[in-house]
Each structure stands twice: as C-alpha cells, then as structure tokens.
Design a binder for this molecule. Structure first.
Ligand SMILES: [Zn+2]
Length: 451
C-alpha cells in the first residue's frame, strides 16, 4: 500500500508480508486529493488561544459536531463512492492474495515441483546453506513469474483505475525488477539462517525461527532508509526554512534531537501525500514527500509532521518491534503445531520430510499466511491504536486542527471515510477520516476556543 515498502513486500510473500506489516507502523500514507479547496480554508487555524476572549463580546461557541459534518459533506457522492469502492476492494484483495498463495503452494507441492527444485539444488556441492540458497532463488523467481499477472492488476492497473498512480508501465516494471533483485539477495540470507536453526534445534526450532525473523526485521528496519528506500526514490534534506523551521521547532519542543528532515520524490510513483518515520537506532529519520509539500499548506504540513514526531517521541518503532516479536513467536508456534500434521497427511506424496527440508517452504509460507490472515484485525488494531496516539500527540504540538482535518479529508481518496465500527476494527490500520476529523474538531473546541 505504500510504495517505498516495495522492497519489503517483494521479498518473501508471506514471511516478509508479516514483516512488512510491521514497517507499516513507520509509514504514514497520507493523502492525495487534488482538491483545490485543500490549500485554503485553513487560515482560521492560525488563531492562537485567546485568553482574554472571555472579556470581550461573547461569540458563538465552536460546534465541533457541526464542523465535522461540514467537512464530511465536502466529500460528494461520486468521490465518496469511488473511495469506498477502492478501499472495500482491498478487503477482497486480502482474501484473494491468501487464496492465490494457497493455490501456488498447492501447485508447487502437489506436482512435486518443490521436491524437484530441492533435488536440483542439492546437486551443487555439499553445503546445506548453498542448497537452501539455490532453492530460495528458484522459489522466488518462479513465484514472482506465476503471480505476476496478479501483481500487475493489483499494484499497476488498479492504482491507475482509481487515479492514484503516476507511473508508466516501463518505470513501474523497472521498480518491480529492482525489488526482485533486492529479494534475490535478502531472501536467501533469511532462509539460510532460518533453515540452519530448523535443522540444528529439532525441538525448539520454532522459538529460534521467531528469533531469527525478529533479528532480520531489525536489520531491514536498520538498512531500509539508508540502502533500500534510495533505490526507489531520491531523498534529500528539506531546505526551505519557511517549511523546515516550524517542523524542527516542533521536534525540539518535543525533545527530539533532529537537525534535518528528509524529502523524497514520491510524485514519480503516485499522487498520494505521505510522510513517515523510518529506520531504527541510528538510522531513524522523518521524511515527507513532495506531494505533501505541493498539495498542503503549512498548516497541513505541520499537522502531518506533528503526527510523525508523535511516532518518534512515543517510540512506536520499538514498541512495534516488540509487538511483532511476540506475534512472530505466535506465528512459529502455529507452524510448530500444524506443519508436522500436514506432512504426516501429505508429506510422502509431496516428497517432503519435515520442517528442516527446504522443499517444504511452500507449506511453511502457507501456514504463516493463514496465521497472518487470521491475525488481520489484531495487527490492524495495534497499528491503528498507535496511529490514534500519534494523531493526538500531533494535534497538541502542531495546534493545527483545521490543517489536520483537511489532510484527513484528503486521505479519503483511498481510505473509506466513514466505516462501521466492526469494519474499522478489522480493516483499518489508521483511524477513519471521520474519526480523525471529529478528534481534530473536538480538540479545537477545547483548546482553541471560539472562532
Ligand atoms: Zn502514522
């Protein structure tokens, strides 16, 4: 869903799929609406709290509910229908992706193709690590080819159909190839490490598997902003003092010692406005994209960056890492519980012997996919809760409720603005637009007084 996470999502459909979800924490897909109104209407937000207002003529109290309704009414029938349709299509894509992965695994195992790939890899030398890596390369190339039509539909045609993408097919394809190259390097490394512990620890392999995956996740977070993101976008330090100074002031005011903010050219891929906190330890940084700078006024930029600083100050990356470490232990426990049962049932006809057999990788992936499929609401709710925390933190430091509400409205281009409560709980990894606008207007009513 976020373009510069391409390198992660391309790596290993499910294993990394899980990890990708983790990095979603750090990503703030904001909005895209080429809405001409978006750049105005925020002038009032510059008003400072007026401590003396009680001494002057009493004004009409600010009505947060009416202001929220006015914002929501700006999303007209057709626009709203399109955004709902785009977002609800995403619900089905979760299911189709899972079923498609199931089909691919069935194909590889049922035809014994997976066993043949392992046998081929074992012809080269005697080292298990080499066999594992060679199998990984075959697996990645083959599954990329098989799923390519689906990938084209999902991340190229569909994005264009809803007017969210800017990229021609050639450039898009080029990035897919870069992503594949990155996967061809990283996935074998991950799998060599995983299968080494699977073989060396016949009883506790599942705990070690979770540990290896967590370490890998840390490495990905560490190298992501420095080595991977620049493969897809150009990053440079934001220089315009009119924009960067207020952002740095907010950061310093929140105890964050940063001396620069990065900007990147996301407009080459899409129209979405976005900003994010990425990296971990020494590589952690805040970046915002050129769409945000172009489409939002300073109030909107400050509102979004206040939110990002919130992620930073509230240690959401570390909290997310811890959460995902626990989720991964659950994932491998689930595999521990199911893998041998399935192998007992079908292993012989598929030509796979146990969890340490690399030819069983398609089964491992499917089991992990099933676990993460079932975990969708839990993962989304964890992320959404952190996002709401960052929202309120951002409102408090940026003091731009109108800028925040404008951006939340812009997001509705690709995120359903007013879902039902269960729908929001299951599918939304950010608070809905309605919830965010209401939060901003409630904050304004309490903190900025009358207009
Ligand atoms: Zn966020």
């Amino acid at each position: 869903m976020v373009k510069n996470r391409l390198y992660l999502s391309l790596a290993l459909s499910t294993l990394l799929g899980a990890l990708t979800t983790a990095s979603a924490l750090s990503q703030e897909p904001a909005a895209a609406a080429p809405d001409p109104q978006a750049t105005q209407a925020t002038g009032t937000s510059q008003d400072l709290p007026a401590p003396l207002s009680s001494l002057s003529v009493p004004a009409e109290p600010f009505d947060a509910n009416a202001a929220t309704a006015t914002y929501l009414a700006r999303l007209t029938g057709e626009e709203r229908e399109r955004s709902d349709h785009y977002f609800e299509g995403g619900y089905w894509l979760i299911l189709w992706n899972f079923l498609f992965g199931l089909g691919v695994a069935w194909l590889l195992l049922g035809t014994r193709l997976s066993a043949k790939m392992r046998d081929l890899a074992e012809k080269v030398g005697r080292w298990k690590a080499v066999h594992t890596a060679l199998y990984a390369l075959q697996y990645l190339l083959l599954t990329t080819v098989i799923s390519f039509p689906f990938t084209i539909y999902q991340s190229f045609f569909r994005e264009h159909k809803y007017g969210l993408a800017n990229q021609g097919f050639g450039d898009w394809f080029g990035e897919q190839m870069i992503g594949l190259m990155v996967g061809l390097i990283l996935v074998p490394i991950l799998l060599v490490a995983l299968y080494a512990v699977f073989r060396k620890a016949p009883r506790t392999w599942w705990l070690w598997g979770a540990a290896v995956s967590t370490v890998f996740l840390v490495i990905m977070l560490l190298i992501g902003p420095v080595y991977l993101a620049p493969l897809f976008n150009e990053y440079q330090s934001l220089e315009d003092p009119a924009t960067v100074d207020p952002i740095l002031s907010m950061a310093r005011g929140s105890g964050v010692e940063v001396d620069k903010v990065y900007q990147f050219d996301a407009s080459k891929q899409s129209k979405r406005v976005s900003a994010n906190v990425s990296g971990i330890f020494g590589t952690m940084r805040i970046s915002l994209n050129d769409n945000l700078l172009e489409r939002c006024d300073l109030a909107g930029v400050k509102a979004v960056m206040g939110h990002e600083i919130g992620h930073y100050v509230l240690n959401h990356i570390y909290e997310g890492l811890l959460f995902f470490a626990v989720v991964l232990v659950g994932a491998f426990a689930f595999v521990r519980f199911t893998f041998d049962r399935v192998v007992g049932w079908r292993g012989k006809s598929w030509g796979i012997s146990g969890v340490g057999d690399i030819a069983g990788l398609p089964l491992l992936i499917v089991l992990l996919a099933a676990y993460f499929f079932l975990m969708t609401p839990i993962l989304n709710t964890f992320i959404r809760t952190n996002e709401a925390e960052a929202d309120i933190f951002g409102l408090n430091i940026a003091r731009e409720p109108e800028g925040f509400a404008e951006t939340a409205l812009m997001l509705s281009e690709y995120r359903k603005i007013d879902p039902g409560p269960i729908e929001e709980w299951i599918f939304h990894d950010h608070p809905s637009g309605r919830a965010r606008i209401q939060m901003a207007m409630d904050w304004k009513a309490e903190n900025l007084g009358e207009e």
